[in-house]
Design a protein around this ligand. Structure first.
Ligand code: ADP
Ligand code: MG
Length: 218
């Protein structure tokens, strides 16, 4: 199991008191499987993804990433696990503005100690980025930037890919093409994918689907 959540609850402290965002969430995700996470805006999707990435702590329950109980790890251990196992793709591309495309693609793989030039070259070709290696993020279209963001994540060969509306900033045709690529690359690398999407149509293309309603799995 690449990801397992059991009885997970999470509240945020706000000026008006605690805001219960997730309640009693159970989910499991195996290597090579993809799971769509849908729900209204504000239903807790991004919060769930942050917890699954070990970016934030739970109030109750257990989260295992690649067999390790992250709720028992210290911050530094959690960060190390995240670097070695998890790949994140966000709606905002979060590319590093001062690095060109090739350097952006290599960045996370280098951090994870898994820079593999042959794999990066293959990703560059498959993602249609061959002629863009020397450009900077500001010189790319939205679709191109998102392909770099996906390539950067996959270049490190993460076991768990967490994507938060990865095509939400793209028009439908571009978004579909980018998602196609991402799904086939994730399948080929044997990674597990948990993807937040607003789109019913996209959700149907993944192996499974969970829907959040008011912080619970509906
Ligand atoms: P979604 O991604 O489904 O739109 P989120 O997980 O981002 O939902 O947010 C769920 C709820 O938690 C929302 O009501 C949001 O305003 C609130 N929220 C998110 N992050 C924080 C935070 N850091 N502090 C307080 N409230 C937050
Ligand atoms: Mg969100």
């Amino acid at each position: 199991m690449v990801l397992a959540m059991q009885g997970v609850s999470k509240a945020y402290q706000t000026a008006e008191g605690p805001l219960q965002v997730l309640q009693d969430i159970d989910l499991t995700l195996e290597a090579g499987r993809s799971l769509a996470l849908t729900g209204e805006s504000g239903s807790g999707k991004s919060t769930l993804l942050h917890l699954a990435a070990g970016l934030d702590g739970v109030d109750a329950g257990r989260i295992e990433i690649d067999g390790q109980d992250v709720t028992q790890l210290h911050d530094a251990e959690r960060a190390a696990l995240r670097r070695s196992v998890v790949g994140l793709v966000f709606q905002q591309f979060n590319l590093i503005p001062s690095l060109d495309v090739a350097a952006n693609l290599a960045f996370h793989a280098r951090l994870a100690g898994r820079h593999d030039p042959a794999w990066q070259t293959e990703l560059t070709q498959r993602l249609g980025l061959v002629d863009l290696g020397k450009r900077y993020p500001e010189q790319l279209s939205g679709g191109q930037q998102q392909r770099v963001a996906i390539g950067r994540t996959l270049a490190a060969r993460p076991k768990l890919v967490l994507a938060d509306e990865p095509t939400g900033n793209l028009d439908e045709a571009t978004g579909d093409a980018v998602l196609d690529l991402m799904l086939s690359l994730v399948v080929e690398t044997g990674a597990a994918l948990l993807m937040v999407t607003h789109s019913q149509r996209l959700a149907e293309r993944l192996d499974g689907r969970i829907h959040l309603r008011s912080g619970r799995i509906a």
